[in-house]
Design a protein around this ligand. Structure first.
Ligand code: MG
Length: 367
């Protein structure tokens, strides 16, 4: 099988709840997403998607992904998409870094490998272990009562896992978390995610305030891994690391300091191939993983579902179906969420069918 054409599309994803607010006054209402289609000489097409969470979240942004894909696309022609390591070697030889752009190509190759073999990607990633996934919802940073109301509404829908955006004034953040704890029950999981928004001093104040709150996890309190690990050493709050887990070395450092869980965002780590490597290493180290992406629509969510479905129960922490957070759908809203659970697609490859009419004219096509 050979790649004969690369088509790259852009479309907009609009956040379903208005403004998605994170620390540092970063707010998102809509994001440009980028979709890659790889056509082959055997009539099969594979799809991938990458959607950075705006230009101020990680060193990644939509126009960067598109420019990188313009560089990469000619080098993909003639390659066998089922030979993932060869595809990655060709991409590395063409462009260093920009894993968030390569992620869409990697995803499309996994889709093709699955379609060519008649297997869901989950089977190829280690085994399809479950049909549904317990999802979390992210609660935008806002006044404590607004955050508690958001959580109550999601609880009524069936969600039991909540990631609260914090990272402002640490005492106000503690009030936000307390309001949400009061709106939930013992079975619920609450993760206070500062998105690297606290200084080390802020984090020291915050953990003192949050320490007595049962069932609260702290996520990415400070910008660097070193700062987060220093916070980890002074608190009994269980910790999730996200933005700073960029590679194997960071994961090993975090595991060595007893960090309980890490978030694997598929495009941050460079695609499903790297995400699987980190997932398997985390499992060996006894670290739990949340499977998600920076953002994305139906295709990115299908990749999340396949990786999460193949992750061992003792390792899988939680999952987000990013397509439930946006209004626009390019594969009929699949994979679906239902009462706080995500349904894993059944078909081969990523298991979703892209409706090209939803994407309009490609941004570019090679050749
Ligand atoms: Mg996070």
């Amino acid at each position: 099988m050979r790649i004969t054409a690369v088509r790259v599309y852009g479309y907009t994803l609009t956040y379903v709840h208005g403004r998605f607010v994170m620390s540092g006054e970063r707010a998102v209402t809509a994001l440009p997403s980028t979709v890659v289609c790889l056509e082959t000489d055997q009539g099969l097409a594979g799809w991938g998607e990458t959607c950075p969470l705006g230009p101020a979240y990680l060193p990644a942004f939509a126009e960067g992904a598109r420019a990188a894909l313009r560089e990469l696309a000619p080098a993909l022609l003639g390659l066998d998409p089922r030979q993932l390591n060869l595809v990655h070697a060709a991409m590395e030889a063409t462009l260093r870094g920009h894993g968030y752009a390569k992620s869409a190509v990697d995803m499309a190759c996994w889709d093709l490998l699955g379609r060519a073999t008649g297997q869901p990607v989950a089977t190829l990633l280690g085994g399809r272990l479950r049909d549904t996934l317990a999802l979390y919802v992210a609660v935008p940073l806002g006044p404590p009562e607004a955050m508690a109301a958001h959580v109550r509404a999601c609880r009524a829908e069936g969600y039991r896992r909540f990631q609260l955006k914090v990272g402002g004034d640490p005492r106000e953040d503690a009030a936000r978390v307390r309001a949400v704890v009061a709106a939930t029950e013992d079975e619920d999981l609450i993760i206070a995610d500062a998105n690297a928004g606290w200084t080390f001093a802020d984090a020291a104040v915050a953990v003192r305030q949050l320490e007595p709150l049962d069932r609260v996890f702290l996520e990415q309190p400070c910008p660097t891994l070193e700062q987060c690990l220093a916070v980890r050493r002074r608190t009994t709050l269980p910790m999730v690391l996200d933005e700073c887990i960029t590679d194997v070395r960071a994961l090993l450092r975090a595991a060595g300091q007893g960090v309980e869980a890490v978030n694997l965002k598929i495009n941050r780590v460079g695609g499903l191939t790297r995400a699987r490597q980190l997932r398997d290493l985390a499992e060996s180290l006894g670290v739990r993983v949340t499977v998600e992406d920076s953002w994305g629509g139906d295709v990115a969510t299908a990749a999340i579902a396949q990786l999460a479905a193949s992750t061992a129960p003792q390792t899988l922490f939680t999952v987000s179906f990013m397509n439930a957070w946006s209004r626009e759908h390019i594969a009929g809203g699949e994979p679906r969420s239902d009462r706080g659970r995500g349904l894993v697609p059944q078909g081969p490859g990523l298991g979703v069918t892209v409706d090209e009419s939803r994407l309009g004219t490609p941004l570019f096509t090679v050749p």
